[in-house]
Design a protein around this ligand. Sequence first.
Ligand code: PMP
Ligand code: GLN
Length: 435
Amino acid sequence: AAQRLATLDPSGTVFAEFTALANKHGAVNLGQGFPALPVPKFITDAATAAVSGNGLLHQYTRSEGHIRLAKALATYYTAKLGRRALDPLSEILTCAGASEAIHCAMQAFINSGDEVIIMQPFYDCYEPSVRFAGGVPVFTSLRPPPPNDDDGRPAAEKTSRDWEFDIEEIRGKCRRGVTKMIVVNNPHNPIGKVFTRAELEQIADVAREFDLLVLADEVYETLSFAEAPFVKFATLPGMYDRTITVGSLGKMLGITGWKIGWCLAPAPLTRAIWLIHQYVPFCVATPLQEAAAVCLEHAITASPTYFADTAKQYARLRDRLHAHLAAAGMRPTLPEGGYFILADTSNVNVDKAATTKTGGGHGHDGDDDKDDERRDYAVCRELTEHALVTAIPPSAFYSAENKADLAAAGRLARFAFCKNEEMLDDAGAKLKAYF
Ligand code: PMP
Ligand code: GLN
């Protein structure tokens, strides 16, 4: 096997592991982030129509993106970016999910030894994408508020805003000519943090100072529940030219299995990513791109409040799960975006032996010292097996480097609320009965 496999967890991603475990025990799966909600008829109709003919929609389409979808995305994002009209032909690339866009972007811009700043906790695919390209991930941290009332504030009031980064820590990790990129995931998975304009401007200053590309993973952009309008990184002064914005139809329309995503960026950057993309999938499934275009056209014109209505629906689901977790004594942090809630698991008893079991973590090497930090894996297994509720252990979103951060992650679990009310209520009842 190739050496790069040694950098990967041999048991697979945390999502594969915990979805399998949930299925095995018949647990309510609030782990992997995929919606368990009805799919609107305009979506199933568009998909049906796209596959029901016998013509060219069954064949390869344009490698850079099916034209109708590229045009729908250009219309959508031109309004969001508030600048001159985006060119659907040169500034948009459709991909096999946001994941492929991220992979190809790293392949396109990262040379061996180049450094990429990643804020942990981080969505798990960034680290391997950087390493596959020969790059070196450099981690900085978003840090949680104290779980209890140590800071004089009741746990019940804590929100994703309380997770903060230190811009001087980030600046201190940048090296001119060596650091090539910073990844900014907003709204954030797993925290649910929606970055303020002031926070994003601090990052923009660093990007300017060190001439960095910015990979703005905004797959949850339509799911921001914060009062202030969501700020797209590319709209900050001077940032469009250095930003690769990544989006996902799976998140926007709640259909993750379609695996359609995209990136948008200035033409030369888009072209660089496309050069790689043509040798990965060449193009994305034609009928689903056609259907995606029809759906976006619908959401933009026929049903212009679709995204706002969906955000309201998700905010209600968030509040419902938050109330259940609070009632179970798990001190959840209220997220301002995305579809996950981090909750405190200090009240789950796991025996120390269980935390030293293998499983989880990037480049996990069985080192006892490191394994001790993975309390959250033991907790999430315990909750799946004995409470019949599955969550994701957040240490999967941390590098093994920083023990203090790992220890903080060890007392948390990530619960998805993109699930129907029955599932959320069932999970709430099961957790309450468990404690
Ligand atoms: N980025 C983030 C932050 C995500 O949460 C996800 C999906 N969970 C992705 C990217 C990948 O999206 P896709 O399914 O479109 O590849
Ligand atoms: N993005 C989803 C999550 O964070 C999972 C994606 C996957 O399974 N790779 O739960």
